[in-house]
Ligand binder design. Structure first.
Ligand SMILES: [Mn+2]
Length: 226
């Protein structure tokens, strides 16, 4: 039986990622995908990229990969780069080889397998993945909270009336597996599962394993932060 294995935000936590994958023991015909934010914050971002490339593990785009890609694209122009990197990001950019850049630049915004969708942040009910508007990309990468009119709330501007996107998602685009917002334990809703369990914030790294690509038959494996 073929499995779909989706890993939560790795954020450079290479050792935990390897341990988690060795615990799951994927078969050669299983499909493995990351929810994005594979790099930055943790100490071993380049090692994570090397491992993903070597083992043919895919990833959708996260906001942290997106930032580095936008930085690299600006560097090619003659104008002053508007993207400001922190020290960790600067170090990563210096160590990036051609194969890493190719891997990052080819990360899709979402990955669809039947009725299952893997994306980094979240989605509004008004959004159609087959007809994306200009601003949808940035929102899909960064979505956490919506206001009472289901409009995007900027990071840090949420209040007691804000609604986490997955708590109001109607399932119309499919069953969504996502990361970006971390929880102590995975967040399960009727039409979604959030699998970022904050490894880089000293909690744990989790993966969801779906048998036969079915949203009705899944389990979680986790590894605590070392
Ligand atoms: Mn993120």
């Amino acid at each position: 039986m073929k499995k779909l294995i989706v890993y939560g935000d790795i954020h450079g936590c290479y050792d935990e990622f390897r341990n988690l994958r060795e615990k799951i023991k994927p078969d050669t015909n299983d499909i493995e995908v990351c929810v994005g934010d594979t790099i930055t914050k943790g100490k071993k971002s380049i090692k994570v990229l090397n491992y993903l490339i070597k083992h043919n593990i895919k990833s959708v785009l996260g906001n942290h990969e997106d930032k580095l890609i936008r930085y690299l694209l600006h560097e090619k122009s003659n104008k002053k780069n508007p993207i400001i990197l922190n020290l960790d990001e600067e170090k990563i950019v210096k160590e990036l080889q051609e194969k890493h850049i190719h891997f990052l630049m080819n990360m899709p915004l979402f990955f669809k397998l039947g009725n299952i969708i893997i994306l980094h942040g979240g989605i509004q009910n008004s959004c159609n993945l087959n007809r994306l508007k200009h601003k949808d990309k940035s929102k899909i990468l960064r979505m956490r909270y919506l206001d009472k009119n289901e409009k995007f709330v900027m990071y840090g501007e949420e209040d007691s009336k804000s609604i986490f996107w997955a708590d109001t998602y109607n399932g119309e685009q499919g069953f969504i597996i996502y990361g970006h917002q971390w929880f102590k334990d995975i967040k399960v809703n009727k039409y979604s599962v959030g699998i970022d369990t904050g490894c880089v914030y000293d909690n744990k790294l989790s993966a969801i394993i779906l048998e036969d690509n079915s949203k009705n038959n899944w389990r979680i494996e986790s590894i605590d932060k070392l």
